[in-house]
Ligand binder design. Structure first.
Ligand code: ATP
Ligand code: MG
Length: 282
């Protein structure tokens, strides 16, 4: 992707879809890689107890170091950013030029949803926001990978975010799940986060050999013409292999079709971010 001017204030995007296995983690990790490699300072936040984004970057989810769990369940909101600073890991690989950091998940995060539910409504939804807001100065992009549910972790991510990126698998009934998600986003807009936008819908696992993929894209574009990104992420075995080596597609096979798609999608995210930046009150 091309280098261009970084946003003046870090943007927080969450990658959400309550449906499992649609490409949330693959999209978050690979966009983070292309953004970092092109010189943007990126923090990837793994908000899923499956810790797939954490292991996709080669970090052991069983390691006994602070993680997002400690950040969300630190005693008061006031020291959440201190807990975050302790938990952040630098992904120190030359290709990222020191620009890629990870706030990792851990197996403990599975309990966070239940523990947060016991906390007072009105504060429990804003833990992540309290932790991440101070880091807008340090990063150009903060990308939050959400779990496949609309529980408190996803609500925390939607409350903290400037915008949501929706990965949507090109499959039958994709639109129905999308409607459920957009209803939730409307509720969040009314209650928790009045400035939440949809940055875009990323169509994933596009199979050019079948009519179904093309039909699904057509149908989703019919309802969300401005939201759907132009880049269609193809179904690619290389994309699914990379995480098992703890590598992003940029490192594992930069000449693959999947890599080209995520490079192009990163360009679109940067372009839309510039527009969003122009409209976000500083
Ligand atoms: P979950 O809801 O469980 O968190 P997810 O939405 O994060 O899942 P991923 O983990 O990114 O989805 O992808 C689900 C599976 O599909 C993984 O095995 C991943 O490697 C594979 N996958 C994702 N995108 C592609 C693609 N474009 N081509 C082929 N396989 C893909
Ligand atoms: Mg995932």
């Amino acid at each position: 992707m091309e280098a261009s001017i970084s946003p003046s204030r870090g943007l927080i995007y969450c990658f959400a879809n309550q449906k499992g296995g649609v490409g949330k983690t693959t999209t978050t990790v690979n966009l983070a890689a292309y953004l970092a490699a092109s010189g943007r300072r990126v923090l990837l936040v793994d908000a899923d107890s499956q810790a797939n984004a954490t292991s996709s970057l080669g970090i052991d989810k069983q390691r006994e170091e602070p993680s997002l769990y400690d950040v969300l369940l630190s005693e008061t909101g006031a020291d959440a950013d201190v807990a975050a600073r302790d938990a952040i890991v630098k992904i120190d690989r030359p290709i990222f030029g020191g620009n890629l950091d990870l706030l990792p998940s851990s197996v403990e995060l599975a309990g966070a949803e239940v523990e947060l539910a016991a906390e007072a409504q009105g504060s429990r939804e804003y833990r992540l926001k309290a932790a991440l807001t101070p880091f807008r100065e340090k990063y150009d992009y903060i990308l939050v990978d959400c779990p496949p549910s609309l529980g408190l972790l996803t609500l925390n991510a939607l409350s903290a975010a400037d915008a949501v990126i929706i990965p949507l698998q090109c499959e039958y009934l994709a639109l129905e799940g999308l409607m459920q998600l957009t209803n939730t986003i409307s509720l969040v807009l009314k209650g928790l986060n009045r400035s939440l936008r949809i940055l875009g819908i990323a169509m994933t696992m596009y199979d050019s050999r079948t009519n179904l993929s093309a039909q699904v894209v057509q149908e989703v574009k019919g309802h969300f013409p401005r939201e759907v990104f132009n880049t269609l992420v193809p179904r690619s075995v290389r994309l699914s292999e990379a995480p098992s080596y703890g590598l992003t597609i940029l490192e594992y096979d930069p000449n693959s079709r999947g890599a080209a798609a995520y490079a192009a999608l990163a360009d679109e995210v940067v372009a839309r971010s510039a527009r969003l930046q122009g409209s976000v009150v500083q």
